[in-house]
Every structure is written in structure tokens, then in C-alpha cells.
Design a protein around this ligand. Structure first.
Ligand SMILES: Cc1cc2nc3c(=O)[nH]c(=O)nc-3n(C[C@H](O)[C@H](O)[C@H](O)COP(=O)(O)O)c2cc1C
Length: 164
């Protein structure tokens, strides 16, 4: 599978999560990791599956590196129909705006036609766990679900072929 990780960070945690996701997935997949600051809209493709990893800063705001991406989405309003992605938010539940920054990106992607797949992963910094551990567990479950969906699709194709 072709995975593209888009990370938005302010103090580096989401980037280290992205690095660990690359390590986790690269044995069996094509994987690249891109800071949201560097995303060019015309490179977004339905041929990839996107893993969006984004923290929250300020009071429920976007982390610095996600701001240009959000701004270009707002300005260009691209049609993202066919784009599939999964979300992982980093935050701290001691804030009332827990994980809101990631949700701001998620809402934009969905509004522009992209489809979120799988469970919305979240890491809560207030519980003392490492975001990397939570993210690895999340991505393993996600990939298992994607593999199961692909197997089910293949079975349906086989049934259709037999019926023809
Ligand atoms: C100044 C500051 C403000 C924060 N504001 C929020 C917030 O409003 N909501 C939230 O869920 N987490 C908030 N956090 C927690 C961060 O999202 C969390 O520490 C995350 O792991 C940081 O990831 P990053 O290093 O990739 O930016 C804040 C952290 C800091 C240091």
C-alpha cells in the first residue's frame, strides 16, 4: 500500500510519531512523511492512503506547521473526493479544547470531500503515556482493518467473476 503521513506539529511530538509510523509501515508498504507546511495540493492523490497526525496548540488551535496547510485548503477549496485518510490527534485532556487542532484539519478534509477511514486515534499527554506508543497501536489496528476490507473486496470480486 502507498501511505503518506501528513504531520502538523509545534514542538516536535507529531513529527516523532510520523517517524515511528514510517518505521512501522515501511517493511510492507511505500511510506513517506511530509510536514503539512510542505504539502502541495496538486500532489494529493486517491492512489495514496493518508495518515494525518496533528497536535493542538494555543487554546484549541492548530500547531504552527499545520497553519499553512489549513490556509491553502481554505483559499483553494480543492475537491478532495476520492482521497482517503485516517486521523491521529495529539493533545492534552486537561484542556477543554482537547485534540481540537486535529479536528480542525479533519473537518476541513471532510468538508472538501475526503473520506475518513477507521478509528480517530488520539493521544492524551495528561496520562503520561508516549504518543508514539499510542500511535503505533492505532496504526496496527487501522492497517488490520484496511487489510480485512481489501480481502472482503477481493472475495466479492471472486464471487462476481464466478457469477459472470
Ligand atoms: C502551550 C501549549 C498549548 C496547548 N494547548 C492545547 C490545547 O488547547 N488542547 C489540547 O488538547 N492540547 C494542547 N496542548 C498539548 C499538545 O497538543 C501536546 O503536548 C502535543 O503532544 C504536542 O505535540 P507537538 O509537539 O507535535 O506540537 C498544548 C501544549 C502546549 C505546550
Amino acid at each position: 500500500m502507498n501511505f503518506v503521513i501528513l504531520y502538523g506539529t509545534e514542538s516536535g511530538n507529531a513529527e516523532t510519531v510520523a517517524d515511528d509510523l514510517v518505521d512501522e509501515l515501511s517493511a510492507d508498504n511505500d511510506v513517506q512523511s511530509i510536514d503539512m507546511t510542505d504539502v502541495e495540493l496538486d500532489t494529493l492523490t486517491a492512489d495514496a492512503f493518508y495518515l494525518v497526525v496533528c497536535s493542538t496548540h494555543g487554546d484549541g488551535g492548530l500547531p504552527a506547521s499545520a497553519v499553512p496547510f489549513a490556509e491553502v485548503l481554505d483559499a483553494e477549496q480543492p475537491d478532495l473526493t476520492g482521497i482517503r485518510y485516517a486521523m491521529f490527534g495529539l493533545g492534552d485532556s486537561s484542556y477543554e479544547t482537547y485534540s481540537r487542532g486535529s479536528e480542525r484539519i479533519d473537518e476541513r478534509l471532510t468538508a472538501l470531500g475526503a473520506t475518513r477511514v477507521g478509528d480517530y486515534g488520539r493521544h492524551d499527554a495528561s496520562d503520561g503515556s508516549l504518543p508514539n506508543d499510542t500511535a503505533l497501536e492505532w496504526v496496527r489496528n487501522l492497517v488490520a482493518g484496511l487489510d480485512a476490507d481489501a480481502d472482503a473486496d477481493a472475495d466479492l470480486d471472486d464471487v462476481a467473476a464466478v457469477a459472470r
